[in-house]
Design a protein around this ligand. Structure first.
Ligand SMILES: [Zn+2]
Ligand SMILES: [Zn+2]
Length: 157
């Protein structure tokens, strides 16, 4: 909820780069440091580390990536909320994985004879799904912890 509603960090329309940059002609600013400094789609200057999102159709401050799950950009303003969300989701899937393993170990062997719809079989399907979820979320979490430690965004790697 919060990540979706919270603005990822809009570039102020009046943003003008430092005096140094302003003295440079526009076409020379464009590829300074391998990074576009002027957004032609928004027709304004981009602060350092800001990127244009094609999906949101605007520039995002310290943009990390456009998240398809929340249909919003993850940037400067909502990065912490995003990270807490990932942390909670990872913890939840670890917890359900532990519950599943516990459930599987304690299930009665009789279930195996009761056919296709046995609780054990659905537990296995669920288990595989939770395993994949836990793995994906763990990778995502480790990846972002790595990025924070190196002060980088997904775009800048
Ligand atoms: Zn833009
Ligand atoms: Zn976006």
């Amino acid at each position: 909820g919060l990540v979706v509603t919270r603005d990822p960090g809009r570039v102020p329309p009046a943003f003008v780069p430092d005096v140094e940059d302003a003295e440079t002609p526009l076409h020379e600013i464009k590829r300074k440091g391998g990074d576009l400094r002027y957004c032609q789609k928004c027709s304004h200057y981009k602060p350092p580390r800001a990127h244009h999102c094609r999906v949101c159709k605007r520039c995002i401050l310290k943009m990390d990536h456009h998240c398809i799950w929340i249909n919003n950009c993850v940037g400067h303003e909502n990065y912490k909320i995003f990270l807490v969300f990932v942390l909670y989701a990872a913890t939840a899937s670890f917890y359900s994985l532990a519950l599943m393993i516990g459930g599987a170990l304690h299930s009665v062997p009789k279930d195996e004879q009761s056919g296709i719809d046995s609780p054990r079989k659905s537990l296995v399907i669920c288990g595989v799904f939770v395993c994949v979820m836990t793995l994906a979320l763990s990778i995502l979490l480790v990846w972002h912890v790595y990025l924070i430690l190196h002060n980088k965004t997904t775009i800048e790697v």
